[in-house]
Design a protein around this ligand. Structure first.
Ligand code: SAM
Length: 277
């Protein structure tokens, strides 16, 4: 019988943030696939667990996925961990999960720390709906385009950022978002954990040399009038795509478009069918 692939969340700083279930799984699997084996070894030493480790990172994901799948097929249980937090979230793992599903291998996620969720719940921003963007592109033009897109977003937006790029990204946000409220969640679960609130300008004034790990949270677009202008300047097709990425059904999308444009659903159906022809 094939083994099980466990996706095990590990701490994002404070080593006490590992669950009892995660420890049990790490103790009982045959092998642990780790983003950086030296990093994971520190955690395993802390937990007094001795286990074979295989490296599994961005640059060997394809080859290593194949090797790990062979192990799983031969009945071994494998735990996949990243350097910090939940694997597969802005971390390697997507590839192996997709292959494992194709190969009918059972996958069990083991919940635990995830930086974006902890940043969001303590940010004071709306939590009912949110959009996670991971790391933005390193290409300046694409990064600005994405920020322009985020500017229209009504949900709270969450971005991961490296410390050496934080000031540049805050300057981009200052330019594009003007006075929008943002929150920086810094060094979560660690000694210097901190939440910094304000506009990008205010934060840039007082926060000049960022150190450690950061998450940027941006308040959703609350300007109804602005949103309606944006919707009305879109074609029906663009408006449809705007909601389609949220995974809504066709009927739900048409209902939302009709509401945004203050017209009947039938009118949207007609335009939509005409546009699609
Ligand atoms: N898989 C991880 C998770 O579950 O959140 C994310 C890994 S991603 C490579 C690393 C980024 O996550 C950092 O650049 C930072 O934006 C964010 N991050 C991770 N740990 C953090 C912490 N302790 N405090 C603030 N941000 C953190």
């Amino acid at each position: 019988m094939a083994g099980i692939l466990y996706l095990v969340a590990t701490p994002i700083g404070n080593l006490e943030d590992i669950t009892l279930r995660a420890i049990k799984i790490l103790e009982n699997v045959d092998v642990i696939a780790a983003e950086d084996t030296r990093h994971t070894l520190k955690l395993l030493n802390h937990l007094e667990i001795t286990k074979p480790l295989i490296s599994y990172h961005r640059h060997n994901e394809e080859v290593k996925s194949e090797q790990i799948i062979q192990k799983l097929k031969s009945g071994e249980n494998v735990a996949l961990v990243s350097d910090a937090g939940t694997p597969v979230i802005s971390d390697p793992g997507e590839e192996i999960v997709k292959i494992a599903i194709q190969e009918n291998i059972k996958i069990i996620p083991i919940p635990g720390a995830c930086a974006l969720i902890n940043a969001l719940i303590a940010s004071g921003l709306d939590t009912k709906e949110f959009a996670f963007y991971g790391f933005l592109s390193t290409n300046k033009k694409l990064k600005k385009q994405k920020l322009e897109e985020i500017k229209k977003e009504r949900k709270t937006s969450i971005i991961y950022e490296a410390p050496h790029k934080l000031l540049e990204t805050l300057k981009n946000i200052e330019e594009i978002f003007e006075n929008r409220k943002i929150v920086i969640a810094r060094e979560l679960t660690k000694i210097h954990e901190e939440f910094i609130n304000g506009t990008a300008t205010e934060i840039l004034e007082k926060y000049t040399s960022p150190k450690g790990e950061h998450i940027i949270l941006i308040e959703g677009n609350k300007n109804e009038e602005n949103i309606n202008n944006i919707f009305n300047s879109m074609t029906i097709e663009e408006h449809y795509k705007y909601y389609e990425k949220d995974g809504l059904s066709k009927n739900e999308i048409i209902k939302k478009i009709a509401k945004d444009r203050e017209v009947t659903k039938n009118e949207i159906y007609k335009c939509f069918i005409k546009d699609k022809k």
